[in-house]
Design a protein around this ligand. Structure first.
Ligand SMILES: Nc1nc2c(c(=O)[nH]1)N[C@H]1C(S)=C(S)[C@@H](COP(=O)(O)OP(=O)(O)OC[C@H]3O[C@@H](n4cnc5c(=O)[nH]c(N)nc54)[C@H](O)[C@@H]3O)O[C@H]1N2
Ligand SMILES: Nc1nc2c(c(=O)[nH]1)N[C@H]1C(S)=C(S)[C@@H](COP(=O)(O)OP(=O)(O)OC[C@H]3O[C@@H](n4cnc5c(=O)[nH]c(N)nc54)[C@H](O)[C@@H]3O)O[C@H]1N2
Ligand SMILES: [Mo]
Length: 734
């Protein structure tokens, strides 16, 4: 019985026949056999049907007469049909399945399905490529990242979530929308030797980028000013905890920042709107003295609209949202006015909020106003996290790589890469939760611990048929696994990598777009360890044979770099240029020539109405930060000495007044409860620490606090979990 009407069917209703079978019936069946089998085969089969030296009619179970009584044509009309149907020359083989998707076949009638002919080859339906997800943490080298995205796309999926989705995704989105390039436009020399003013927003370099302090010290020595914008007075920038100094380089008691603005958590959009409004007001008062009007006219669009928007905002909104007074903001604007060249550096304090992309766009507006883009000593500078997180993106680790990259892959390797966008990190967790992932593969990282809504992620992992982790160290993600699980240990950056083609090196790209080589020197931790490149290319070889030279790439990474040089823009002569000590700088058109590869070809001013997270009465806004003794989910020790914490991590930093309001004192034990539209999440047992931070703000460490971050609480556009703005309340621990 056909479930679906036959699309070929043209129903006609005639008179019922009076007699069954007879000559017309036989003639009909012979004609039918001719159609299906051709004349010779028809004769061969129909004459053998139900004969002693022949075969049993595949149609009904009517017994055959004894041998003497059998006729030359011992078959009925339906027997002939059955034979012809089976002995057909038509084939349903691999080509057929290549031409028809299972979903489209499901729509066909039963008649049509069988009428396509005989099944002649075993058919295996593998899980759809989009039921696999390939996660990357930002330590993978360019070579490993390139072959990894190649493997995923060769399989047919763009499901390439990465740690960037939780990190600088918002920066990439804001910068490409406004300047046409999703990367920073500043180099170390700009910071150390050229900028007049360095604005450090939502970043704690003393702990997370200690080598940056050297550049800042250099800048300070030649008289540059430094402004820190942060709800916490971080050590090195703002505060010193004697006797330590961040690098032992500045004298005791020195602090780098000349001005500190204790912004409310998530108050930066309002702050930068206020700064722009004030700059505009000063320009209006003394036309031609504050803004770089010739830069704006020549290189930008959207200025009149955004200027109107700034003029219309009232100061009260800006002060309330930023938590800063008009005079504090005005003093900062004076620093800006006095500086010819301004750099803004930022990190997770800006990117992990609902309005993160808008905030970073407002910073671009701020820089454009005085032509602080596309010249030495000026520009936007997102400070990246993992050593090669930026390089991994350049190599194609992204769930939505543009078509021009996919076209190049096609040209280079001859297969058609999938075009449909894949899952980012949050969407991968949703798919895991809903049982839509069969295979979860991770090239490094600690997905379960690093992502938001820990319990949801853990449970989701168990829905997978297979989880695979390529890793150097055992971590929590390996313990929350699918029905089958693999851990593939790999070489680390420090170790020598010898392959068939000799000793190999890999390459990486830093925050400032410099590409350079990295060579391990230590003997591998074990003979069993293979490089990430070797693991991924071997997998490619096992799955696809040597269709695109997986084994060759595995033995000689130069071949991978050759492919990269043809696929990825800016990598021409890769092998030669990376051989130069220090490597080479990738092109950054806005910086190199004030060329903005946006749709309009101009740098874009954007209107970003100030707003901030609404915190209900009695609640606090919680940010989650790194201690001095950790690298993301890797905890080296239990101290955070710059913040005065020793021997434990379950602490929550609070303003004295917020403690007092709740009848709490420093050292009390509390539970943290986050509130979200779908309910509450609780993290138990945190010790309160009275700390200098604006009222209504709180801070604690990640990854412990990730249980509090709701999966659906993400940044607009970038879909980054809002790890720096979680609405919570406190309850005294029982
Ligand atoms: N030692 C060490 N180094 C690291 C890492 C590590 O874990 N350990 N991690 C690496 C990685 S992956 C990354 S991404 C970087 C992260 O580097 P950072 O971004 O410096 O790391 P976080 O600890 O998240 O610090 C965020 C900073 O932003 C501030 N902040 C929070 N909310 C706001 C806000 O709303 N506005 C403003 N203006 N400031 C805010 C916090 O007080 C804190 O100072 O470091 C990299 N380097
Ligand atoms: N609440 C909250 N959550 C956050 C953040 C936050 O600020 N707050 N920050 C987010 C950010 S910025 C990031 S980048 C993510 C980090 O997310 P991930 O990158 O997934 O996490 P890591 O902790 O860096 O991963 C550490 C693991 O990587 C493996 N590993 C180390 N080196 C290598 C190597 O060379 N090769 C391989 N294959 N494996 C290696 C080790 O097994 C180690 O356990 O976390 C995000 N999560
Ligand atoms: Mo990061």
């Amino acid at each position: 019985m056909a479930e679906h009407p036959d699309p070929q069917e043209k129903l006609r209703v005639g008179h019922p026949k009076k007699s069954a079978v007879g000559i017309p019936g036989i003639a009909h069946s012979v004609q039918y056999a001719l159609e299906e089998m051709g004349p010779k085969r028809s004769l061969q089969t129909l004459l053998k049907l139900n004969h002693v030296d022949g075969f049993d009619c595949p149609s009904c179970a009517w017994p055959d007469p004894d041998p003497e009584h059998r006729k030359t044509a011992e078959f009925c009309e339906n027997g002939a049909k059955a034979v012809a149907w089976e002995a057909t020359r038509k084939r349903v083989d691999a080509d057929f399945f290549a031409a028809h998707s299972v979903a489209s076949l499901r729509e066909e009638s039963d008649h049509w399905l069988e009428s396509n002919g005989r099944l002649t080859e075993p058919m295996y339906l593998a899980p759809g490529p989009n039921r696999a997800a390939f996660y990357t943490s930002g330590r993978a080298s360019n070579e490993a990242a390139f072959v990894y995205q190649l493997l995923a796309r060769r399989m047919g999926t763009n499901n390439l979530p990465d740690c960037s989705n939780m990190c600088h995704e918002s920066s990439g989105a804001a910068l490409s929308q406004t300047l046409g390039v999703g990367k920073g436009l500043v180099s170390i020399d700009d910071i150390a030797y050229h900028a007049d003013l360095l604005v450090i927003v939502g970043q704690n370099p003393g702990t997370n980028h200690p080598r940056m302090l050297t550049a800042l010290e250099e800048a300070k020595k030649r008289g540059a000013r430094i402004v820190a914008i942060n709800p916490l007075p971080e050590a090195g920038l703002v505060k010193f905890r004697n006797p330590q100094t961040p690098r032992g380089l500045v004298g005791p008691g020195t602090k780098l920042a000349d001005r500190y603005l204790p912004v409310r958590i998530n108050g930066d959009l309002a702050l930068f709107a206020a700064v722009c409004k004030e700059l505009l007001a000063r320009e209006d008062a003394h036309p031609g003295t504050v803004l770089d009007q010739s830069f704006i006219d020549k290189y930008c669009d959207g200025f009149p609209d955004v200027a109107d928007a700034w003029r219309a905002i009232d100061w009260e909104t800006l002060e309330t949202q930023s938590g800063l007074s008009r005079s504090e903001i005005s003093d900062f604007v004076s620093d800006v006015e006095a500086a010819d060249k301004v750099i803004v550096c930022w990190a997770m304090g800006l990117t992990q909020h609902r309005n993160a992309v808008a905030t970073i766009r407002e910073i671009v507006n701020f820089l454009l106003l005085r032509g602080n883009v596309g010249r030495p000593g000026a520009g936007p500078s997102p400070i990246r996290g993992h050593s090669n997180v930026q390089g991994d993106r350049t190599m194609g680790i992204w769930e939505k790589m543009p078509d021009r990259f996919l076209d190049k892959l096609h040209e280079e390797f001859g297969f058609e890469p999938p075009r449909e966008h894949g899952w980012d990190t949050v969407n991968t967790i949703r798919a895991l939760r809903d049982g839509r992932v069969d295979v979860f593969f991770a090239l490094g990282g600690n997905f379960v611990a690093a992502t938001s809504d820990t319990e949801v992620t853990k449970a989701g992992m168990a829905n997978c048929a297979l989880t695979v982790h390529v890793a150097t160290k055992l971590n929590r993600s390996h313990l929350h696994h699918g029905r089958e699980a693999l851990i593939l240990p790999c070489l680390g950056r420090t170790e020598r990598d010898v392959r068939g083609g000799g000793e190999q090196f890999v390459t990486v790209e830093d925050s400032m777009s410099m590409v350079h080589a990295s060579r391990g020197r230590l003997l591998p931790g074990s003979q069993n360890l293979r490089s990430e490149v070797a693991i991924v290319t071997e997998l490619g070889h096992r799955m696809f044979g040597d269709d695109i030279g997986w084994r060759h790439m595995s033995n000689d990474y130069r071949l991978i770099r050759e492919h990269i040089s043809r696929v990825v823009p800016g990598f021409q002569d890769y092998e030669t240029r990376v051989a130069v000590p220090g490597g080479f700088m990738l092109p950054r058109p806005p910086r190199d020539s004030r060329t903005f590869p946006t749709a309009s070809g101009l740098a874009r001013f954007t209107v970003n109405p100030p707003d901030t997270v609404v915190v209900p009465d009695g609640h606090l806004l919680l940010q989650t930060v790194r201690s001095h003794d950790q690298f993301n989910t890797t905890v080296y020790g239990m101290n955070d000495r710059y913040r005065g914490i020793h021997g434990g991590r379950r602490v929550v930093f609070l303003n004295a007044a917020d403690l007092r309001d709740r009848g709490l004192s420093s050292g009390d034990m509390v539970d943290l409860i986050s509130v979200w539209s779908d309910g509450e999440r609780r993290a138990k047992g945190f010790r309160t620490v009275e700390y200098e931070t604006p009222r209504g703000c709180a801070a604690t460490y990640f990854p412990e606090a990730n249980v509090l971050v709701p999966l659906d609480s993400t940044a607009e556009t970038s879909n980054t979990p809002t790890s720096k703005s979680v609405v919570i309340r406190l309850e005294r621990a029982s």
